[in-house]
Design a protein around this ligand. Structure first.
Ligand code: SF4
Length: 427
């Protein structure tokens, strides 16, 4: 049975939205059906999300970009987060994730769902962790029901995709803790589940009771973003046994979920040096049957606080070239603080640059055509044409402002080489 026949909510979305989606992507509907059937594409969209525009993820569909938003205990202002939603939308993000861990999480999520017509993702274990900490209970005291109930609530609310660390096994957690990693487990959800498993000497409930999870999310077509709880948090930790053990589990879970009518993406690393990106991405894609790969970075060096969006974009571009389908942004605030509005904008732009660079290297038609239009405009000193093709037209206009009436720009002025040779005739 093909997946949409086994998932009524997905089938309805395809019936009403597929022709618009395929037109936007420049793909034939058959190509999308093939991708969905093979599990190499997903359509994000929970019918309970008001005013939602569903989205295809999975190459050769356009590579998408996500912006992480949300409160933290040290920075907890709903209005600021809503400003960041607006900034992310204006900068051209394709999805947002609400990673809030402070304040009224249900109300924040509701607001974001109402304000954002793009797919919204969450990490439900954060809400469970907050409620445990608020009631001064140890994370190890969590009841499996609390986690499943939270997931069910968020599905009803309209969340479109959720990060769930189902592939993080007790053995994987022990491997990561035994292996003297430089930075141990850096995933928040992963570290909570690892603590729970080790303290209780029990298997991860999301893994042990995977069928329960599938039954909860399927009626809402909530896509599982199978989390990388053991991703390397330092380049020196990339590619160890704990990381690969989890990747193998993720591949098996994604395959199983697909047979049960639930769509899955795979979350990827993490920190790794540039020379490992190609092998890691290709290896993950192979072990997960080419499921859509959603990566944070990869960050290709560790000593770049303030510039981690650049370190992530370098890894992201190489990642896209090797099969990454979905880039989670990093901002200049990564590893330091919550991003502000400007950081959000810079992060989305950096990821969009990475996506475009990767797609250009892959020879994707839309990327090649855009470059051709940009170069045509450059050759003609057509600044409006350049703004139309620029990743960030607003920045282009701002930079041109002081000399906007000049035909050339202030870089070379009268020495403009484009103009110098424009009218020359070769005999
Ligand atoms: S002035 Fe220099 S940088 Fe500006 S358009 Fe001409 S050649 Fe390009």
């Amino acid at each position: 049975m093909v997946i949409w026949e086994n998932n009524k909510a997905l089938e309805q979305i395809l019936q009403s939205e597929l022709s618009k989606l395929t037109q936007e992507e420049g793909l034939e509907p058959e190509r999308v059906y093939e991708g969905l059937d093979q599990g190499s594409m997903v359509v994000l969209g929970n019918p309970s999300h008001p005013h939602l525009r569903p989205l295809i993820i999975g190459q050769p569909a356009r590579v998408k970009v996500n912006a992480n938003l949300g409160t933290s205990p040290l920075n907890n202002c709903l209005n600021t987060e809503m400003d960041k939603v607006a900034a992310a939308l204006a900068a051209g993000t394709d999805t947002i994730m609400d990673l809030s861990t402070a304040g009224d999480l249900d109300a924040i999520r509701q607001k974001m769902l109402e304000a954002c017509p793009l797919p919204v993702g969450t990490v439900p274990i954060y809400a469970v962790g907050k409620s445990l900490l608020d009631s001064e209970r140890d994370v190890a005291a969590m009841k499996a029901d609390e986690l499943f109930d939270e997931i069910a609530k968020q599905c009803r609310q309209g969340v479109d995709f959720i990060t769930v660390h189902c592939g993080l096994s007790k053995r994987g957690a022990e491997l990561a803790l035994e292996q003297n990693r430089v930075l141990g487990i850096v995933s928040r959800g992963g570290s909570m589940l690892a603590r729970w498993m080790v303290e209780n000497n029990q298997e991860n409930p999301l893994l042990a009771d995977f069928d329960r999870l599938l039954a909860i999310v399927k009626p809402y077509n909530v896509t599982l973003s199978l989390g990388d709880g053991l991703r390397p948090g330092a380049c020196a930790d990339a590619g160890d046994a704990a990381q690969w053990e989890e990747v193998i589990n993720l591949g098996q879970l994604a395959k199983y979920a697909h047979t049960r009518g639930v769509q899955c993406m795979i979350e990827g690393p993490g920190h790794m040096p540039l020379n490992l990106v190609q092998g890691q991405i290709q290896g993950i894609k192979r072990l997960t049957n080419n499921a859509p790969l959603y990566v944070l970075g990869p960050l290709v060096c560790d000593s770049t606080p303030g510039y981690d969006h650049i370190a992530g974009a370098i890894g992201g571009a190489i990642g896209v070239l090797n099969g990454v389908d979905f880039l989670c942004y990093l901002t200049p605030a990564e590893h330091l603080t919550l991003p502000d509005v400007e950081d959000v904008r810079a992060g989305v732009m950096a990821s969009r640059v990475a996506a475009h660079a990767g797609e250009l290297a892959l020879g994707r038609q839309r990327a090649l055509a855009r470059e051709a239009r940009m170069n045509h405009a450059r050759k003609n000193l057509d600044w409006e044409g350049m703004a139309k093709e620029a990743v960030d037209p607003e920045l282009l206009q701002k930079r041109r402002q002081s000399h906007k009436n000049e035909e050339v720009c202030a870089m070379c002025g009268k020495f403009c080489s484009v103009k110098m040779l424009r009218d020359i005739k070769i005999n």
